[in-house]
Design a protein. Sequence first.
Length: 136
Amino acid sequence: MKKPSLFVLALLAAMAVGAAEDYDGSKPMICAPANGHDCTPAEKTCKRLKPEEGRDVNLYIDVAKMQVKTPYRTAELPIQNVSNNTKSLILQGTSLEFVWAATVNRTTGRLTVAIADREGAYVIFGQCKLGEASSQ
């Protein structure tokens, strides 16, 4: 009786590993923000960002095309640096007067984005899923 149960356990473990999505940048991602904060040096605490009603607030990340599409810009943000380690996909870029960096947990797809300019910073937390990179 022990051999079949060990076999079943091994099979289930192998299926779980195979089912885990690897957010390594090889596939486009759609990332939904869960919450965010607006931080300025004049304030003692960061203000919570409020989503706009009826607006697609998702980020569309396509590492193969080296671009991020956001709901707040008509042009895509260029990804200038990409690195992968065992735990995170790390993305970085600059655009005109600000810099940005993002990490995506390679196992869960959890997202953290920081955007900074000379007046303050935004920090956004969210969840990515594998999918199409551009909004239709």
